[in-house]
Design a protein around this ligand. Structure first.
Ligand code: PNS
Length: 169
């Protein structure tokens, strides 16, 4: 019997309900799913890799075939390292397609045996992105229902401490 391992790479800064929706879907079709947080993607992420990892570990604790890891360098190299044969990516709207297609084809060029599998999150998350969540939270809007409660709480704490730092300058 083949045991299919997939990686779900991304920045997850922060994890959203859209990411969790995709993890739930991916965990149903793959034997093992590794949520892989890219290190050093952005120079100034809101959450450190350690914070993102801790949040994702708590959020995925209920899935027995999902684990969380971090990686550096090429996604295809990380996939080979963990013996993954598929890369899971979410496609929300047509606007995602071009970028995702480019990445999938580049990854295929680099590693012909690695398949990219696209899945669609639930419709209610089709406009959701980590970038918008960060922006809305920073500007005081409600992000309830868009991110898990623990992420909402961590966002509040993070933005509060950033505000305090700013005031004490
Ligand atoms: O959540 P994101 O930021 O859309 O995820 C992008 C990610 C991490 C999948 C992409 O930037 C990536 O794969 N980076 C690793 C470096 C790499 O392999 N680059 C070539 C991709 S074709």
């Amino acid at each position: 019997m083949t045991h299919v391992i997939a990686i779900y790479p991304g920045s997850f800064d922060p994890p959203t309900n859209g990411h969790l929706d995709l993890i739930a879907r991916g965990s149903k079709i793959f034997d093992e799913l590794v949520v892989a947080i890219l290190r050093n993607a952005e120079k100034r992420p809101l959450f450190s890799v350690g914070e993102r990892r801790a949040m994702l570990e708590r959020l995925t604790g209920g899935f027995n075939n999902v684990r969380v890891d971090t990686f550096d360098g090429l996604t295809v190299d990380y996939a080979a390292k963990v013996n993954a044969s598929a890369v899971l990516r979410g496609i929300r709207a047509l606007s995602d397609y071009e970028y995702e297609l480019q990445m999938a084809l580049m990854n295929r060029k680099l590693a012909p045996g690695l398949e990219t599998v696209f899945m669609m999150p639930a419709e209610q998350y089709s406009y959701l992105s980590s970038r918008l969540v960060r922006e809305v939270a920073r500007l005081g809007g409600s992000i309830a229902g868009l991110v898990p409660e623990i992420v909402e709480q961590k966002l509040k704490e993070k933005l509060e401490s950033a505000r305090n730092e700013e005031e004490n300058k």
